[in-house]
Design a protein around this ligand. Sequence first.
Ligand code: THU
Length: 132
Amino acid sequence: MSLMDAAREVRERAYAPYSKFKVGAALRSEDGQVFAGCNVENVAYPEGTCAEAGAIAAMVAAGERTIVEVVVVTDGATPGTPCGGCRQRIREFAGPATWVHSVSSTGVVVSTTVAELLPHSFGPEFLGTTKS
Ligand code: THU
């Protein structure tokens, strides 16, 4: 399945009764698998989780560690780019040149690299940590 189809499909299942803003994210890992996630809100608002976090958790749970491409689909006419926290989450498992495509529900696409979304970012290499 394409990342676009996976993100659109999972967005339908988002649980967003408070913001009414449904988000779907899909990513491809290094071995070609597709992982998807949607936002899951909570009545205790800070406990809600973003779509990107769900997709990344699914990837890690499956044993994958490297993101090669991301698609995020949001409500509305203007594509919603990943929030600051999710930029850092993606950066953990992606390279600076990895593409992140932000897509509106009407099909407008904004494509950026991880480095564009999060310039001068802090990453695992600063700690000398290997991603084992
Ligand atoms: N949201 C995401 O799922 N990903 C983002 O990158 C931005 C925001 C969700 C969180 C919340 O459920 C809703 O969108 C409104 O902020």
